[in-house]
Design a protein around this ligand. Structure first.
Ligand code: PEP
Ligand code: MG
Length: 583
């Protein structure tokens, strides 16, 4: 096949070279056709074989469950195995083939639709939600029937094999992306998505080259095509010529050598040339990421996105991790960081991080019931999380970080609930740090513009530039159609950033940046020049940012940064930021 190149949005650096592994979208739309009488039994057998394969798949997943997997995961697999064995699923579709001569896929979907409709009638909300399990089992069987690529959850390839596989999909949910941790895939390509969608963020945290917003890449790329991803440029080369392949292999080897060299900076303190100490912290999604944070020499965790403990639990509706399960995760993180502080952000669910992918979403989810708004609307769930975090604070330094605050009453209500959680723990005789610092994410323009409200009530601030940019510029961070307008250097964004940093400094409370801007070496000097002294980023970005810091002199940079803040022409801002890097 002839070579061709696709252009999209770069989201995770590096070069990946491997063969395409197409992930089919899990949809219940299938071919419908009638089969001849003499083929009926063969069609029945085809469906029966698919049932048997899925049974085996479920057994393999069961067997491979890690020791520390949440108990619910096993229960969820049990439910799927039970559904698969139920005659309503395992026999009725076979009868439909025999009686109505439907093809296997059609017969299966007909029965699943019928059962789903019956479930919709059930009054009990919990039982009604079991519909999702039935649909998921159906999708699993359909994937086998249609021969489409295995769902992620059923993926059983060995690491040796998967390391050279490039996953190509229309879209990958952040929860699905998390499953990639278990297999070292070579890279990711998706048709949709923006630079700071949570799927992109997880790809970056895995430190695997990725490109999103590739429009119809999943339709143009065929299974097993040779692929190069240039993660820095957002370029994908399909079926490259031997010469191009060779060039990229060389670049890949060079990048590996450069990374190795950076490893030497691990223990070097992050101090600028003029002697200013900078705190470099890590962003994590799961407690297991602490190992990478320690490995990169992070001074602590600046952002633990706790919602990743809650996501991808569609198999059992909205059943959330219990207080004890959460406590174990938070404790694991704080112990792994060996005395370095761990900043745990309370549940930031909603928008592109739904609790349940099958859940109905609001028309404008990014403006809807997400993050702290959701938590305040679900006080029992929020209190359970607060208690779990507080209990873990008895095992090491923890800070509480609250997402998406905009109103004074939200801050006050949150602080009251923290006190309530503390009182509950005192009654239960459970230990916790009574002086646990509480901070606010500054990620809504309204918050950045009303900082006195925050500095009065909070111990620290952390600027979430991903959302701050989204809400300031009215650009959906997930939408590739407007990704070109998502501009961290827009003067409005720079104004909000710098005023938050300087007002925080004047009030004497620490300000960090934990959005993606903090890990972008192109912006390190600009942020330093604005007065930022705390950066939180993916562990994989930390040493490069440190290198930039070691080479920076604030006495030279700060006056230039001030000039940039007085500039309102995008081209001039871009040129000046480039210039800063050369100083
Ligand atoms: C942010 O908004 O910048 C942030 C750090 O949080 P998240 O990306 O999880 O929304
Ligand atoms: Mg955010």
């Amino acid at each position: 096949m002839a070579s061709f190149t696709l252009h999209g949005i770069p989201v995770s650096r590096g070069i990946a070279i491997g063969r395409a592994h197409l992930l089919a979208a899990a949809a219940l739309d299938v071919k419908h056709y009638l089969i001849a009488e003499e083929q009926v039994e063969a069609e029945v057998q085809r469906l029966q074989n698919a049932f048997d394969t899925v049974h085996k798949e479920l057994q393999v997943i069961w067997k491979d469950l890690p020791q520390d997997a949440p108990a619910e995961l096993g229960a969820f697999l049990d439910v799927h195995a039970l559904i698969l064995s139920d005659p309503m699923i395992s026999e009725v579709p076979l009868d439909i083939i025999r009686n109505r001569h439907y093809n296997a896929e059609w017969a299966l979907v007909t029965q699943i639709d019928e059962l789903s409709a019956q479930f919709d009638e059930i009054e009990d909300a919990y039982l009604r939600e079991r519909k999702v399990d039935i649909q998921q089992v159906g999708e699993r069987v359909l994937k086998v029937l249609t021969g489409s690529a295995t769902a992620l959850s059923g993926f059983t390839g060995s690491d040796e094999l998967t390391a050279h596989m490039i996953v190509v999909a229309h879209d990958i949910s952040p929860a699905d992306m998390l499953q990639f941790r278990d297999h070292a895939f070579g890279g990711f390509i998706t048709d949709v998505g923006g630079q700071n969608s949570h799927t992109a963020i997880v790809a970056r945290s895995l430190d695997i080259p990725a490109a999103v917003g590739m429009y119809n890449a999943s339709a143009l790329i065929a299974q097993d095509d040779w692929i190069i991803i240039d993660g820095d440029a957002g370029v994908v080369i399909v079926e490259p010529t031997p010469m191009v392949l060779e060039q990229y292999r060389e670049r890949q080897a060079r990048l590996v050598r450069e990374r190795k060299k950076l490893g030497k900076l691990k223990k070097t303190p992050a101090i600028t040339r003029d002697g200013t100490e900078i705190a470099l912290l890590a962003n994590i999604e799961l407690p297991e990421d602490c190992a990478a944070a320690m490995e990169a020499g992070a001074a602590g965790v600046g952002l633990f996105r706790s919602e990743f403990l809650f996501m991808g639990r569609t198999g059992y509706g909205k059943r959330l991790p219990s207080e004890d399960e959460q406590f174990e995760s938070y404790r694991k993180a704080v112990l792994a960081m060996k005395g370095r502080p761990v900043t745990i952000r309370t549940l930031d669910i909603g928008a592109d991080k739904p609790l349940d992918t099958a859940e109905e979403t609001a028309l404008n989810p990014a403006l809807g019931l997400r993050a702290i708004r959701y938590c305040l609307a679900e006080p029992q769930m929020f209190l359970a999380q607060l208690r779990a975090i507080l209990r873990a604070s008895a095992f090491g330094p923890i800070k509480l970080l609250i997402p998406m605050l905009a109103h004074a009453f939200e801050i006050d209500q949150t602080l009251t609930m923290i006190e309530q959680a503390k009182a509950q723990l005192r009654t239960a005789n459970k230990k916790f740090d009574p002086l646990i610092p509480v901070g606010a994410m500054i990620e809504i323009p309204a918050a950045a513009l009303t900082l006195p409200m925050f500095v009065k009530r909070m111990d620290f601030l952390s600027i979430g530039t991903n959302d701050l940019i989204q809400y300031t510029l009215a650009i959906d961070r997930v939408d590739h159609e407007v990704a070109h307008l998502y501009d961290p250097l827009h003067p409005a964004v720079l104004y909000l950033l710098s005023s938050t940093i300087s007002i925080g400094a004047k009030a004497g409370i620490p300000v960090a940046v934990c959005g993606e801007m903090a890990g972008d070496t192109k912006l390190t000097r600009l942020l330093l020049g604005m007065g930022l002294r705390e950066f939180s980023m993916h562990p994989a970005q930390l040493l490069e940012v440190k290198q930039e810091i070691l080479n920076s002199d604030l006495t030279v940079i700060a006056p230039q940064a001030k000039k940039i803040l007085r500039t309102f022409e995008p081209a001039a801002i871009n040129a000046a930021v480039e210039q800063l890097r050369l100083l």
